[in-house]
Design a binder for this molecule. Structure first.
Ligand code: AMP
Ligand code: MG
Length: 321
């Protein structure tokens, strides 16, 4: 057990965090999607610590976080579609999987041996200041235990990883609250490997795709069938709560729900609230001895697609837990 250094998002706090990264340490920090756990992407020992602390399978590659889009062009090859997407969505919540240039400095532990790099330039001001103070590429999966609910506040990170990481920067609550959307681009086609904080409709509009259904199917390496899971069971598409259930609602019809992701039925607001409310209702389920969380149906529009993907994985394997 080591002591986790609590850092403010001041200039001094950011400088300390960058020094810790240079020395091979791992640092929890805010991004606009969820809290990340940062390590120097070129340092295999530091990257291995991330896998060990999270209990993450080593076959699951990490996303590279860069402070400057120009670094992406140094490390990877961007075709016209990739350039268009990066210009439109960076800094922001789109991760693009790109063919790596042979000379890139990222260690093979980070890519799980792949010849591609998954790259993102985050928009959160604290994340940007940290990346710029450090200067080099940083790998950053979510700052929680692998398979469990993602963190959207510093308190969530403290609860999951306190005493196991070198430092934690508190930068308040994440503005999107949902992981990045991951796309792979090649031969003019776009494959969505993971739905996330950027809706498919926005991507389709940016590249002039006639409809959102024009995306090619694609499978992301290392994605777990059971993931984002609370302790209680989940019952999805619940119109109301039964006895012995707590209710995570959505929309104006879920008036008596214990928590409502968005009373107005707005999927962007629901994404922002999602992980925080999932954690809170999981705690309530334990406290009230209710073994099941009933969850209202979430429409597939906007960020609803990403929320439903997380809910399906969170509910996976309920029978054995
Ligand atoms: P996360 O678990 O949120 O850190 O997201 C990481 C995900 O990004 C992985 O599970 C992969 O699906 C995807 N990913 C990361 N690196 C690569 C890569 N080099 N090639 C393809 N997909 C990747
Ligand atoms: Mg994660």
């Amino acid at each position: 057990m080591l002591e986790t250094l609590e850092l403010a998002s001041s200039r001094a706090g950011i400088e300390s965090a960058a020094d810790i990264l240079r020395q091979g340490g791992i640092v929890g920090f805010p991004t606009e999607t969820v809290y990340g756990l940062a390590a120097d992407a070129t340092n295999p020992l530091a990257v291995r610590k991330i896998f060990a602390v999270k209990g993450r399978p080593v076959s699951n590659p990490l996303i590279l976080h860069l402070g400057d889009p120009a670094q992406a062009r140094r490390f990877a090859v961007l075709d016209e579609t990739a350039k268009l997407l990066c210009d439109r969505f960076w800094p922001g919540s789109l991760t693009v999987v790109l063919p790596a240039k042979p000379s890139h400095p990222v260690c093979s532990e980070a890519t799980a041996g792949a010849t591609t790099l998954a790259v993102r330039v985050p928009s959160n001001a604290v994340a940007r200041r940290l990346l710029s103070a450090f200067g080099g590429p940083v790998v950053a999966p979510s700052a929680n235990l692998s398979g469990c609910v993602s963190p959207t506040t510093a308190a969530h990170v403290r609860r999951d990883l306190g005493g196991r990481i070198d430092a934690l920067i508190d930068g308040g609550r994440c503005s999107h609250g949902m992981e990045s959307t991951i796309v792979e681009v090649g031969n003019g086609a776009i494959r969505v490997l993971r739905d996330g904080a950027v809706a498919r409709a926005e991507i389709a509009a940016a590249v002039g795709l006639a409809t959102q259904t024009g995306f090619r199917p694609g499978a992301a390496p290392g994605q777990l069938a059971s993931h984002y899971a609370p302790t209680a069971r989940l019952r999805l598409n619940a119109i109301e709560a039964r006895d012995n259930e707590v209710w995570l609602g959505f929309g104006p019809d879920a008036g008596s729900a214990h928590f409502n992701l968005s009373k107005a039925g707005d999927t962007t607001g629901a994404a922002r609230n999602f992980y925080g409310m999932l954690r809170a209702i999981d705690a309530l389920a334990t406290k009230t001895s209710c073994p099941t969380i009933a969850v209202s149906p979430i429409p597939e529009r906007g960020l609803g697609r990403a929320i439903n993907d997380r809910l399906r994985r969170a509910a996976h394997d309920n029978s054995v837990r």
